[in-house]
Design a protein around this ligand. Structure first.
Ligand code: ZN
Length: 355
């Protein structure tokens, strides 16, 4: 199997040219677009557009390192007035709860917590486990997106700040995850015979509507600033509690990443994070491979009374995604390219879904 000379990917997940793979190309492209002066300009614009409002931007928090560092930096260093959103799916790790509470209190920001309709949410998760597809954690991402845009619109906020960092998180290979609202509806319906009533779904129509409303999604980490020292300062301020591996601030996400994906689908998401750190020079290839060799363990007692039911569903079968309905993004590739150029949707969205 051909391997990327630069990062950890091989041709089973990426197309590889002579020097590097397509995800290394994407990394270099994002690095070229990264301009700290542009970040300064964006922050100026956020302040200008929100100068007469209570909030000038909106951001989500999970109690994890990326969103916490971003919120801290936005308030203490950029002097922004964020409204903070938390999507509570009942699976927060206790350490994450501490981090969120402490951060909101110390920074004195307003935070809206959205609680899911538990019966519907549990049924939706069960549907994704039953479906036998590797997308079990995507309903959480899509709900968060919907809540952010809806709330931004409600409060007249024009900027969503997003904590994604291509230098540490990278980009998930095509085929590993798929997400769109129609697909989620379809999985839920085929499992339960029901329609979703309460669950926040971000549809393509929503995406276009909010684009027209001029709500922008900004990823400040992509432009580059002194992230390490901000992170250290934030941790000191709130007596940071560590929750283990990447994205383990949420028990369900941890279950999917550390157990379901590697055991059932042979997908180890750590390779994505580690490859990103190799590309950005934070780790050597050898160090990353060493970390990847260590098996990830998941403690099933964290799932409580749901463990038995969830494992039964996991063991049922595997299916192809084509069994469910999806949007045809390729049909709109020219429009999405323009939206990406206008920074309305992330450029990575265009690369992943339309190319
Ligand atoms: Zn590569």
């Amino acid at each position: 199997m051909k391997e990327c000379p630069r990062c950890l990917f091989d041709e089973s997940i990426a197309s590889i040219s002579e020097n590097q793979c397509e995800y290394c190309d994407l990394h270099d492209q994002l690095e070229l677009q990264a301009n700290p002066h542009e970040l300064k300009h964006i922050i100026k614009m956020i302040k200008y557009k929100g100068h007469d409002k209570k909030y000038d931007c909106i951001m989500g928090i999970s109690g994890g390192i990326d969103s916490s560092t971003l919120l801290f930096t936005a308030v203490r260093y950029w002097d922004l007035k964020p409204l903070v959103i938390h999507f509570d799916n009942n699976w927060n790790a206790p350490e994450a709860m501490h981090n969120m509470r402490a951060l909101v209190e110390k920074l004195g920001v307003d935070c809206i917590t959205y609680n899911v309709n538990k019966a519907e949410y549990d049924r939706l998760n069960d549907a994704f486990l039953w479906a036998g597809i590797p997308d079990a954690d995507i309903p959480n991402d899509i709900a968060m997106t919907k809540l952010m845009y809806d709330t931004a619109y409600k409060y007249g906020i024009k900027y969503i700040l997003n904590g994604h960092d291509f230098r540490t998180e990278g980009s998930t290979p095509k085929g590993w995850t798929y997400m769109d609202a129609k697909y989620i509806e379809s999985v839920y319906n085929k499992y339960s015979g029901l329609k979703l009533h309460n669950y926040p779904l971000f549809t393509f129509k929503d995406q276009l509507f909010y684009a027209l409303m001029g709500i922008k999604n900004v990823r400040p980490f992509h432009y580059g600033f002194d992230r390490e020292s901000m992170e250290a300062e934030m941790k000191r301020l709130i007596n940071w509690q560590d929750y283990g591996g990447k994205h383990c601030e949420n028990v369900y996400t941890e279950f999917v990443g550390s157990f379901l994906l590697p055991e059932k689908f042979g997908i180890d998401k750590r390779i994505v994070y580690l490859a990103a750190q190799v590309r950005s020079g934070k780790l050597s290839k050898e160090e990353a491979m060493e970390q990847l060799k260590q098996k990830s363990e998941f403690d099933f007692t964290k799932l409580g009374a749901s463990a038995e039911r969830m494992l039964r569903l996991v063991n049922l079968h595997k299916r192809d995604r084509s069994f469910f309905d999806k949007y045809d993004f390729k049909k709109y590739k020219h429009l999405i390219w323009i939206l990406a150029k206008l920074k309305v949707v992330p450029y990575t969205f265009y690369v992943k879904y339309c190319k």
